[in-house]
Design a binder for this molecule. Structure first.
Ligand SMILES: Cc1ncc(COP(=O)(O)O)c(C=O)c1O
Length: 359
């Protein structure tokens, strides 16, 4: 006899974590499968975490007041506009739980962040994926056309994971204006700091103009705190109050709050690292293109290789070179921007890969 489980559980896809590299004789392994920051935390951040560790016997501040104050100042919003979670993926889950009843629809472009369909299904909502355009952008017209009276939330991922495509300010402004005001539009900007496109949509600007917009940010990527789990939404106070209702109490640890605060105070140093990662992205993109590989321009900390039917073969070549990447069978591969040494290893593979990949 086994424990009875919830109806429909077997239809919920499990979230797949990025693979670790397989060991290869004489080669340092590189994990380029989870869009992690290759830099270790700044000394000031480690120090703040160590200091906070001295009070681990106490529960964290559930309102994350100090951090909320600093983030609010950073974006020019009020602390009442901020809801924190254990990573932005947990805040995305809060958003769905707060607005969608069982059977309601949660829309997103596809392919996009793999957690969207998982979170929607877990909450009892119906995921509505809308295929990307042929050139890999969000098909905003098709998304508008897919709205029904059950649509409660629409994710817009900018830059998009896994292909790094960005949406223009004009396009998202027109989209948001056309979405009925009782449907929440969530601009997921996990990769915002790597986006140097001057024409890009800016979530916080859209949030200021439109009450039905919320913005998702994370400390995992540019700030390099993926292991601590810290993310937040910027939203209207009424929605923030509802997010707090559905959040798991105390999910944001005192260590994460301390690290977030210390990171905001060290923005200059973090920006230097971001600049290097952006330059490395451009170097890798140019090198892969020069080798004849169909790699998309990207505004995130990863590149998308349109390997199509050759995806499994290319993934095997990366694996043999002790590099883990994210392979989407039959579609392509996402390669996170790593340290210069890791990126050199990818470039070293490029010419060999070009033979396998259809142009
Ligand atoms: C688009 C997007 N949103 C949100 C997240 C979640 O990040 P975290 O939960 O670490 O903040 C990710 C992580 O890969 C992502 O790619």
């Amino acid at each position: 006899m086994t424990v009875a489980t919830r109806t429909g559980l077997d239809t919920i896809p499990a979230y797949r974590q990025g693979k670790s590299p397989a060991p290869a004789e004489g080669l340092a392994p590189y994990k380029l499968s989870s869009n992690e920051n290759p830099y270790p935390p700044l000394p000031a951040v480690v120090e703040a975490v160590a200091e906070a560790a001295a009070a681990l016997n106490l529960y964290p501040d559930m309102s994350a007041a100090a951090l909320a104050g600093a983030v609010a100042r950073h974006w020019g919003v009020q602390p009442e506009n901020l809801a924190f979670g254990a990573g932005s993926v947990e805040v995305a889950s809060q958003l769905i739980h707060a607005v969608a009843s069982p059977g309601d629809e949660v829309m997103f472009a596809w392919r996009s962040f793999e957690a969207y369909p998982v979170l929607a299904t877990v909450s009892g909502a119906v995921p509505v994926p809308v295929p990307l355009t042929a050139d890999g952008g969000h098909d905003l017209d098709a998304m508008l056309a897919a709205i029904t009276d059950k649509t409660r939330l629409i994710f817009v991922c900018n830059p998009n994971n896994p292909n790094g495509a960005v949406l223009s300010a004009d396009a998202v402004e027109a989209f948001v204006a056309a979405v009925p005001a009782d449907i929440l539009v969530v601009i997921d900007e996990a990769y915002l700091h790597f986006n140097v496109d001057p024409g890009t949509a800016v979530g916080v600007d859209l949030f200021r103009r439109h009450p039905h917009v919320a913005v998702l940010h994370t400390f995992s990527k540019a700030y390099g705190l993926a292991g601590l789990r810290l993310g937040y939404a910027i939203a209207r106070p009424e929605l923030v109050a509802n997010l707090r209702k559905v959040a798991v109490p105390f999910a944001v640890t005192a260590l994460a709050q301390a690290a977030g605060l210390a990171s905001l105070a060290a923005e200059g140093q973090l920006q230097e690292r971001i600049d290097v990662l952006v330059a490395e992205r451009e170097r890798l993109h140019a090198g892969l293109l020069a080798a004849g590989l169909p790699v998309r321009p990207s505004q995130a900390n990863f590149l998308w290789l349109d390997a199509g039917v050759a995806t499994a073969q290319v993934a095997a070549a990366f694996e043999a070179a002790a590099i883990a990447v994210r392979a989407f069978p039959g579609e392509g591969l996402r390669i996170s921007i790593g340290s210069p040494e890791a990126n050199d290893r990818v470039l070293g593979l490029a010419r060999r890969l070009a033979v396998a990949v259809p142009a």
